[in-house]
Design a protein around this ligand. Structure first.
Ligand code: RTP
Ligand code: MG
Length: 147
């Protein structure tokens, strides 16, 4: 089953939106298999956002993502990587559609509440950056066959 790395950013934690955001992925039918509240240090921030190193927004991004607790999660499900990106919404705040997490709750392109892996390669790399194998919990849900 496909897995993705999702992370509620410091603005989402500070605004009390963990429950609202987790609820959306649960209701969609995805399964939470690992999670933790943590503070990201600069080293992990630079590793996580390595693809953006050198861009004009990189420093502000690192400062933001290390500014307070984040809620890191691994979710599992059919096509969870692409579908969770659709549920999150576009990066540009002017393009994030209503009904998406960013479209419903965010007005800023940087303070945009949640990160989601953008490909199977990113998901594997990001999950490995944040979680050890023993932090995963595998379990069967009786409802699974209905989704
Ligand atoms: P993420 O990686 O956090 O899931 O976001 P994303 O794929 O939608 O967007 P990406 O291009 O990977 O950018 C990473 C994060 O950097 C901040 N950002 N600021 N022009 C800007 O000021 C700007 N552009 C991007 C956002 O927090 C974005 O989510
Ligand atoms: Mg990205």
């Amino acid at each position: 089953m496909e897995k993705t790395f999702l992370m509620i950013k410091p603005d989402g934690v500070q605004r009390g939106l963990i429950g609202e955001i987790v609820k959306r992925f649960e209701q969609k039918g995805f399964q939470l298999v690992a999670s933790k509240l943590m503070v990201i240090n600069r080293e992990l921030a630079e590793l996580h956002y390595a693809e953006h190193k050198g861009k004009d927004f990189f420093e502000l991004l690192v400062k933001f993502i290390t500014s307070g607790p984040v809620f890191a999660m691994v979710w599992e499900g059919d096509q969870v990587i692409a579908l969770s990106r659709t549920m999150i919404g576009k990066t540009n705040s002017l393009e994030a559609a209503p009904g998406t997490i960013r479209g419903d709750f965010a007005v800023h392109t940087r303070l945009n509440l949640i990160h989601g892996s953008d490909s199977p390669e990113s998901a594997e790399r990001e999950i490995g950056n944040f979680f050890k194998p023993e932090e995963f919990v595998t379990y069967n849900k009786a409802i699974e066959s209905w989704i």
